[in-house]
Structure formats: C-alpha cells, structure tokens
Design a protein around this ligand. Sequence first.
Ligand SMILES: Nc1ncnc2c1ncn2[C@@H]1O[C@H](COP(=O)(O)OP(=O)(O)OP(=O)(O)O)[C@@H](O)[C@H]1O
Ligand SMILES: [Mg+2]
Length: 477
Amino acid sequence: MERHGLTMGRVVGAALLLSVPTAALLVVLVAALKLNMMAAIIGWVVVVFLIGLLVRPYLASLSAVTSWARALAAGYDTTPPAIERERPVAEIVGAIAQLRRAWQARQRELAESARWNETLFDNLPDPLILLSEDRRIVRLNQAGLGVFGTASIGRDLAAVLRDPSVLEATDEVLAGASGREGEFTLPVPVERSFLVRVERLGSRAMDDTVAVLALHDLTAIKRMEQMRADFVANASHELRTPLATLLGFIETLRGPARDDADARERFLLIMQEQASRMARLINDLLSLSRIELNEHSKPRTATDLGRIVETATEALQPLARARGMTIVATVASEARIVVGEADELAQLVQNLLDNAVKYGRDGTPVEVSLGGAAGPLPPTVGNDLTPDTAVVLAVKDHGDGIGKEHLPRLTERFYRVDTARSRKMGGTGLGLAIVKHIVNRHRGALVVESVVGQGSTFAVYLPRPEIDDKAVLRPSP
Ligand SMILES: Nc1ncnc2c1ncn2[C@@H]1O[C@H](COP(=O)(O)OP(=O)(O)OP(=O)(O)O)[C@@H](O)[C@H]1O
Ligand SMILES: [Mg+2]
C-alpha cells in the first residue's frame, strides 16, 4: 500500500523507532524477572502495532505536504493537500501556503516591474540599440526597429550603421573606454541625421547586453537650421533688390539727371514704388512673425467672417474692375460666424482675394463663397473638423492655374511659381505663408485645387463656434 510515496516500510520503521523506550522498559522488566520473555515480546509487538496505527496518518499527511512543496518548487502551482485532523501538519501547510502567496505577490511585482521597464524601453522616442561584447545587436526598442528593421537583430552593428567614426567609438567603448558621442547620417530611405551616444553598462545583462547606443534624431533641427539660413538669405535678397534700385536712382538723380525735371518725376515714382515694396516686405515679415508667435494659442472669439468677406470684396473691387474683373461674393447667412481673430481673418481673406485678382485672367470673375461644407471634407483637412463643425471659405479664380509640382511648396516663404511675374506685380511671396500660419493658428485647413489653364480654388476650412462655446465666446466688435 502506498499513498503520496508513503510505504509500509516507513510506517513500520517509524513505529519501531518510537517503540525504543517501551522496548527498553520491557527489557529492564524482563531482566528484573518481573515479566516473562514471551509476554514482553507480545507486549512490544502490540505497542509497535498501536504506534504504527497512530503515526500512519501523520506520516501520510507529511508525505503529501512534501510532494506539494516539491511540486511548488518545480514551478507547478498545485492546490495544497487537504489535511483534516493532524493539526501540526495542517499548520505546516498553512505556513507554506502563506509563503507561496507572498512569493506569488513578489513574482507579480517583479513581472509588473519588468513589463513597465519593457514599455518604457519600447516607448522611448529615440532609437536605442543594445550591443553585445562582440558588437552584435542584441535588441532594439520600437523607435530603433523603425529605423533599422527587425532583420538587424543579431547582426554586427557595422552591417546596419556604416559610419566609420561611430563604429570606431563603439569599439573603443566596448574595449573599456568611457562613453563617446558622434553624429552620423543615414542616407536611405530619406536622409536622416542622428546624434549618437555609446555607453558601456555597469555589468553584463542576462541577454548579453554590455553597451547601449542611444540615437537622437537631428533631422528636424538641421532642417530648421537650414530653413532659418535660407530665410535670412531670401529676406536679405528681397530687400537688397529694391534697395539697389533706390541707390541707383539716387546716384542718377544726383549726377547725370540732376537738372532733368522729367526724369526726376519718373525716377521719384519708381523710387516710391520700391520704397513701398520694402515697407510691404517688412510689414509682411513682421506680421508673419507675430502670427507665428501666437500660433500655439487658439483664438476664442466669435467673428463675423461674412462681414469681413464683404468688406474685403468691396475694397478690392476697384482693382478688379481695372482689369475687367468682378468679385462675386456669396455668403450663406448660417455660416457667417467662425471662431477666429478678426484682424487675422481679414488679412487671410485679403491675401486670397489679392492673389485671385492678381493671377486671374483679365475679364474673368473671381468667385468668393462662404458656407457650410457641402459633403465630406477632403482628407487633408484632418480630424479636428467635420462637415458639421466647419465653415468653408472658397476663393475661385479663372487664371492660368498652378502646376501640381508647385502645390506642396506654395505656402513656403518667398516661394513663387513665376518669380519675375510676382515681383513685377509687387508681390513679396509671403502672402500664402501668412495665410497658412493664420489657418494653423485657427486649427483650420487650407486646401488648394488648381487646373493649369483653367484656374485655382483656395478653400479655407475654419471651425464654427460650438453651442457650448457660446457662453465663453465674445462677439468681436
Ligand atoms: N490664385 C493663384 N493663381 C495662380 N498662382 C497663384 C495664385 N495664388 C498664388 N499663386 C502663386 O503662388 C505664389 C505665392 O503666392 P503668395 O501670395 O505667397 O505670394 P505673392 O502673391 O507672390 O506675393 P504677396 O502675396 O506677398 O504679395 C505666387 O507668386 C504665385 O506664383
Ligand atoms: Mg499673394
């Protein structure tokens, strides 16, 4: 008979061991002739039998507890054995169960902490590469996988990052040098620049990691630096041209044309034009930087865009009429009000109308409409606006249109499709950049559609005031 590994032999062994004092007593009694040998033997057998009966359930329970503890140690989370009567053994089971609960709680904590570290590692925005002693890539976080791909895991760093200076710095750090820093450029798929820092870890990790390469994407900063440099170059160039003209005329007026009244009149007119061009350029630059400065703060006022459209239309009508054009404005009464800054919206409307009149063909109309969205919004509008929450201002002209290749760059500062034509018309090339920044500040969208030879439509999507907003919105004066 065997229960939980308990054999008859063990029960008998224990009974014999426990009967030793009784046996000793019987031996003494026999020696003192108080008991005969036969009776002593029978007595001893009975005692052994009784002890065996008594200890058997204890031994069985202990054996069950041992098996359970062994199973726990081997990683099997089995239920504890049911011990009914043997109190001391039941107490041992209770103690082990308590130990097991404490150990499980600790294990959960460790697992949670490991998961948290994993999440942190994976969600760091900068790419991280974990390296082994022999420069193999052990692991990458999500950002790292995005740059180097899963196939790079297990490969030599040199296979994915071919920059000699970074590899040299890595080798030095792996050989025991302190942390190093460098820069490198990944040429494909799009050129990206990174600042990279190699650091040796204090000790070898379980997965063989001994060093970490932390990359920081410098592409955006470099692009900004380039844009700033381009901007300064462009702005200086734009100012230098009229300034050179002014200086040239001043020289002429002081020299050869000193006494020529006709020439003086003509030159002064050109000088005035050039000076106003410079003033306009400076004004546009200033307003662009002012709008950019406020771009993070969304306007909160309710503004009558309908009235702004009507006023701007009236103001530009004479200019249009001079070219045989008419500006036709249609304003839907339920879409007049938007959330916006009146001055900026006036600037936006004026720039779009000015372009339509400037680049529209002589004798054609310019159609301005302000209304609700007729159907689904174009995908480029983004998710902040819906047909229910957006007001659409569309300015349509019948001019030469704009080639598709120019559309993505149209709102860049100083970008012109036809530089000579724009300059001749006194344009600074900043109008649409201003429009774009105003639209951004209003959390709206600008969508340009154009067909070469037929004309262009500039549509601006702006938010309507929400019902709940009404309380906080002040109507603009
Ligand atoms: N309605 C349009 N039709 C055709 N081309 C346009 C139209 N609007 C803008 N463009 C092109 O986009 C370029 C940039 O426009 P933007 O308004 O920024 O500058 P601009 O009109 O040249 O100068 P500014 O507006 O500062 O006086 C223009 O030079 C022009 O080539
Ligand atoms: Mg313009």
